[in-house]
Ligand binder design. Structure first.
Ligand code: PEP
Length: 249
């Protein structure tokens, strides 16, 4: 089994001052562990504060929550993958459900963003997940496979081996409803089989994280479920002590 990944998505929370206070506290609760990987996705404006707070902790990696698919240009308010890399980001979330369903990001745009990450030497974490109506209509597999194929459409098989995937059912994000470990495992198996077709030599090493109302009470059961290689956590990653308890468990 590979090292489990614990990724914190802070969404539009924690400005630089709060982030510095968070890190002072979090690093006290979380000494270096070599058997797991911890990632933070702060807001872009908070990135520099988090990178600075973690400069002695190279075991923890930082990413941005979104990038534009172009490398530069007249796109007011956007940031490119190269800019994020220059500011210290090693990763970027792509296709988070709030980008897809609040901001209208399309499958094709996620593919362009994944490709932009590779051009800038940033690791994308491609997020996929079905809405409640799609789940109830029995469309979970077809939706996540469509999103996976579109997200990876513009990259090579070699590049596919160097990204992360997060399965985040939309109905579970921020709702307090979590997929059961069995449900998560089943969808991860479907994703894994598709990754096998896309990257036959390396598919088994691609981390597939689960996200959606993960908390202190359910994190361990999800992380140890077959085919679940870690968790992507929103709300429960905002409190330093609580998040440290999840990543230490
Ligand atoms: C997320 O934002 O990716 C997420 C899973 O949020 P939450 O943990 O709050 O459901």
């Amino acid at each position: 089994m590979q090292r489990p990944v614990f990724a914190a998505n802070w969404k539009m929370n924690h400005g630089p001052t709060e982030a510095r206070e968070f890190m002072t506290s979090f690093l006290r609760y979380y000494p270096r562990h070599s058997d797991r990987q911890v990632l933070f996705f702060p807001a872009s404006i908070t990135l520099a504060a988090v990178v600075d707070a973690l400069k002695e902790r190279t075991d923890i990696r930082v990413g941005v929550q979104n990038i534009h698919w172009e490398d530069k240009g007249a796109f007011t308010g956007e940031i490119s993958a190269a800019m994020a890399r220059d500011a210290g980001a090693h990763l970027a979330l792509v296709g988070h459900s709030e980008r897809r369903h609040v901001f209208g990001e399309t499958d094709a745009e996620t593919g362009r963003k994944v490709a932009a990450c590779f051009r800038a030497h940033i690791v994308p974490m491609l997020c996929v997940g079905e809405k409640l109506a799609e789940r109830e209509a029995g469309e979970t597999e077809s939706v996540v496979l469509r999103q996976l194929r579109a997200g990876l459409a513009d990259i090579s098989a070699e590049q596919v081996a160097h990204l992360l995937i997060a399965y985040e059912p939309v109905w579970a994000i921020g709702t307090g409803k979590t997929a059961t470990p069995e449900d998560a495992s089943r969808v991860h198996q479907v994703l894994r089989a598709e990754l096998r077709a896309l990257a036959p030599d390396k598919y088994s090493a691609i981390p597939i994280l689960y996200g959606g109302s993960v908390n202190r009470a359910n994190a361990t059961q999800l992380v140890i479920a077959p085919e679940v290689d870690g968790v992507l956590v929103g709300g429960a990653s905002l409190d330093a002590e609580g998040w440290a308890a999840i990543v230490r468990a």
